[in-house]
Every structure is written in structure tokens, then in C-alpha cells.
Design a protein around this ligand. Structure first.
Ligand SMILES: NC(=O)c1ccc[n+]([C@@H]2O[C@H](COP(=O)([O-])OP(=O)(O)OC[C@H]3O[C@@H](n4cnc5c(N)ncnc54)[C@H](OP(=O)(O)O)[C@@H]3O)[C@@H](O)[C@H]2O)c1
Length: 272
């Protein structure tokens, strides 16, 4: 499995996103994904599915140290004491001693960042997380977080797909040695009906969704597409046996605009 290295972490280039997957469906998709070859699962305390994710991990029979598991602490739990409680609850729900990556899910302007980053780094020092990072951090917040952190921040996870021009945030993330992890990498399914990516895909015997994911991984951006369908698990995983030409990469990039966000940011940070 190809991976992106950052801050001592090796993050598999593709993972299964699990937002909105619940109960048996979630367990089945995690189990099937791991059997297919996925080695990276993305969950969060807020998704309320960590028990089901943990069951899927165990059902697959894949050894614990072969799977990269990410979870996140929600915005309301960013005070130091809450942060630690939330992390321990996540581990208990997943039935794991440690996650591979623990993220601040969304920044919270009403809680000092120093307190939250301190709590995040403590989780690494105490062995509850192998690596730590952030999610939905802006350019300004990345700079502040890096200054405050006593442990390497290995990634910034944010919305990233061809319809949204994230070049500034990608550059700022990489400047600080962090990996870019793309959430909503197929624009919540929108890429499927895209004429440009469908045409490019036909030339490679691939679907528009596969071209969309390939465009990201070919830039060393980690992708975590979510699906509730077995056939799409396979489709989303089969993106490592073809390559987009420089002209095709440019054509897909042209679909992007700074206003192409599809995930609601109204509860998000207002720093820049
Ligand atoms: N850190 C954050 O704040 C944050 C925010 C959002 C998401 N995330 C993470 O990122 C993951 C992925 O993002 P996302 O769930 O928002 O969106 P996404 O992965 O871009 O899209 C998921 C949607 O696309 C459909 N889909 C999946 N594969 C497809 C394919 N090959 N062709 C056509 N449609 C396809 C799925 O429907 P079916 O189920 O019917 O296949 C689902 O409706 C989440 O699950 C979560 O783990 C993190």
C-alpha cells in the first residue's frame, strides 16, 4: 500500500471514510474494505460509530499493526480534561489501546488553542495515540498550532476535491511538513456525474470517481472516500493501476474554484 510520510507517520494513501455509516453497515464496510486491501480507516467520536468500526476491524482478522486507524475529538471537547476523556472513550469504543492518528476535529475559537494542542500532544506522550494532527485548520491556525505543539503534527485533514481550489491550504500544510488528507474527496458523490472526468476516465477504462481520486493521490494527497456499497469500495480502491497525464491533471484542476466548498462551514473557524 502506497503511503505518505510526514512527521514520522506513514499514512496509507487511501482510507475508508466512515461518516454516516452506522451499525451493521459500518461494521460490514470496514470488514470488507480491509479484506479488499484497505489499510486505513477514518472515524471520529462525533460519527457515533466507533464501536461498529472496532467490530469491523476485529471481524476482518487483519492484524492490528497492519491497519492505520484515525479518530477525532469533537469541537465541544477541546478543554484539556474533556479532550482526554473523549480520547479514552474513543479507545474504549474501538476496543483499542492506541489509535494511529488522533485529530482535533474542528477548531473551537472559544477555547484557547494552547490548551487543546497541549492536550493533543499529551495523548501522544502517554501512548494513547501514535501520531497527532489537526482537521479543518486554516493557514493561520496551522501556523499557531505548529508553534504550540511539542510533538510533530503529522496532517491537516480538510475538504479537498477537484471542485474546490485548496492550493493555498495545501501549500501551507506541506510547508509545515504535514500530510494533506482529503475529506469528501469525491465531492460527496458529485464527481460521478462529471463530464470532464468521465471523458478522461473512458480513455483509461476508469470511472469519473476513479479519475477524481487518482487526481488527488497523484499529488500525494491521502484520500478517505466513504461508501456504503461493496462495489464502490472496490471501484474507489482501484486507482493505483493507471496514471493521468500532465494535460489531464491540468484539465481536472481547472474544475476548481475557491467557492467550490460542499461541506457546510457555518460552524467552522472564522479566522481567515
Ligand atoms: N474532518 C472532517 O471534518 C470531515 C468532514 C467530512 C468528512 N470527513 C471524512 O471524510 C470521509 C469522506 O467524505 P464524505 O463522506 O463527506 O464524502 P465522499 O467520500 O466524497 O462521498 C461520499 C458519497 O459518495 C458516494 N460514493 C462513494 N463512492 C462512490 C463512487 N465510486 N461513485 C459514486 N458515488 C460514490 C457515497 O454514496 P454510497 O454510500 O451510496 O456509495 C456517498 O454518498 C467521511 O466519511 C469522513 O470519514 C471528515
Amino acid at each position: 500500500m502506497q503511503a505518505v510520510e510526514a512527521g514520522g507517520a506513514r499514512i496509507p494513501l487511501i482510507g475508508l471514510g466512515t461518516w454516516d455509516l452506522r451499525g451493521k453497515t459500518c461494521t460490514r464496510m470496514v470488514d470488507e474494505a480491509l479484506r479488499l486491501g484497505y489499510r486505513h480507516i477514518d472515524t471520529a467520536a462525533m460519527y457515533d460509530n466507533e464501536r461498529a468500526v472496532g467490530e469491523g476491524l476485529r471481524a476482518s482478522g487483519i492484524k492490528r499493526d497492519e491497519v492505520f486507524v484515525t479518530t477525532k475529538v469533537w469541537q465541544s471537547d477541546l478543554r484539556a480534561r474533556d479532550f482526554e476523556r473523549s480520547t479514552k472513550e474513543s479507545l474504549s469504543n474501538l476496543k483499542l489501546d492506541q489509535v494511529d492518528l488522533l485529530l482535533i476535529h474542528w477548531p473551537n475559537p472559544s477555547i484557547p488553542l494552547a490548551e487543546t494542542i497541549g492536550a493533543l500532544c499529551k495523548m501522544k506522550r502517554e501512548g494513547l495515540a501514535r501520531h497527532v494532527g489537526v482537521s479543518n485548520f486554516t493557514v493561520t491556525l496551522i501556523e499557531e498550532a505548529v508553534k504550540l505543539a511539542t510533538e510533530p503534527l503529522v496532517c491537516n485533514q480538510f475538504e479537498c476535491h477537484p471542485y474546490l481550489d485548496q492550493s493555498k491550504l495545501i501549500a501551507a500544510t506541506r510547508k509545515r511538513g504535514m500530510a494533506v488528507v482529503a475529506y469528501s474527496p469525491i465531492a460527496r458523490g458529485q464527481a460521478k456525474g462529471d463530464e470532464v472526468m468521465a471523458r478522461i476516465g473512458r480513455a483509461h477504462g476508469k470511472t469519473a470517481a476513479q479519475v477524481c481520486l487518482r487526481w488527488l493521490v497523484q499529488q500525494d494527497i491521502v484520500v478517505i472516500p466513504r461508501t456504503s456499497r461493496s462495489e464502490r469500495l472496490k471501484e474507489n480502491f482501484e486507482i493505483f493501476d493507471f496514471k493521468l497525464s500532465p494535460a489531464e491533471m491540468t484539465e481536472v484542476a481547472k474544475l476548481g474554484s475557491p467557492r467550490g466548498r460542499i461541506v457546510d462551514w457555518s460552524g467552522g473557524p472564522a479566522w481567515d
